[in-house]
Design a protein around this ligand. Structure first.
Ligand SMILES: [Zn+2]
Length: 236
């Protein structure tokens, strides 16, 4: 059966998931290897400047979406669904040509198909305190410690509460999933609730472990030309 996931010509159902993400371990959403000019540390977190001049670390929606996509990919591939890297352009073009998109592109999109999921930037409630950690540079050529090379890294302390908001278009996820994409999204959200998802850098040492708290969903459906809320509930 051909899977027509290019169904953006009309809105059938919109699901909004909201809640808080709590980082249980230190978090670093880096700006890359190069710290911004004027930064006192070598590795600084990505920050946003608010209207009042205050700056704060935040988690870009694109980072969160990338994490959820790769999580969905590993669940789907363990369940026997064909998956591929988002950069496998040959597969992506083949899917478009045949109008037969894989379940992952059918959720998160590809260069040829719009995404059914939008994840918003996550901002901290109040102020996200950071601490600076000094590390020892590792010499990658010799796989050992390179003495004398120290670097500093700014990280967000554990326990910060971040806003979480995600919209899903034309996939029934709640109250019951109606297709494989809905079921996959439910499994991904379930992993968030269990606190088994990592975002940011240093994942190999356990950093960036986040947990979804106070999760809620709202479902809107088009009835007689108007968007009406058809269900809502807690995610536990
Ligand atoms: Zn695909």
């Amino acid at each position: 059966m051909s899977k027509r996931y290019d169904d953006f010509d009309r809105l059938v159902v919109l699901t909004r998931v909201t809640g808080n993400l709590i980082n249980k371990t230190p978090l670093r959403i880096g700006v890359g290897r190069e710290a911004p000019l004027g930064s006192a540390v070598d590795l600084a977190p990505l920050k946003i400047r608010f209207a009042d001049g205050r700056t704060s670390p935040y988690i870009p929606g694109s980072s969160l979406k990338g994490v959820l996509r790769s999580l969905a990919e590993s669940i789907a591939s363990a369940q026997g669904y064909p998956t591929h890297s988002p950069w496998d352009f040959e597969r992506v073009e083949e899917e478009e040509k045949n109008h037969n998109y894989c379940v992952i592109c059918g959720i998160f999109g590809s260069t040829k198909l719009a995404s059914h999921v939008r994840v918003y930037d996550a901002y901290p409630e109040g102020y996200a305190s950071t601490f600076v950690k000094t590390g020892v540079g590792i010499n990658r050529d010799f796989r050992g410690v390179q003495y004398g090379i120290l670097y500093t890294e700014e990280q967000v302390i554990p326990g910060v509460r971040w806003s979480f908001k995600m919209d899903v278009v034309n996939i029934h996820v709640f109250p019951e999933p109606l297709d494989e994409r809905g079921r996959l999204l439910r499994q991904v959200i379930d992993m968030l609730v269990k606190g088994a998802v990592q975002v940011g850098a240093r994942r190999t040492v356990g950093y960036g472990l986040v947990e979804l708290k106070n999760g809620k969903y709202e479902v809107y459906e088009v009835k007689e030309g108007a968007l009406v809320r058809t269900s809502e509930g807690d995610i536990a």
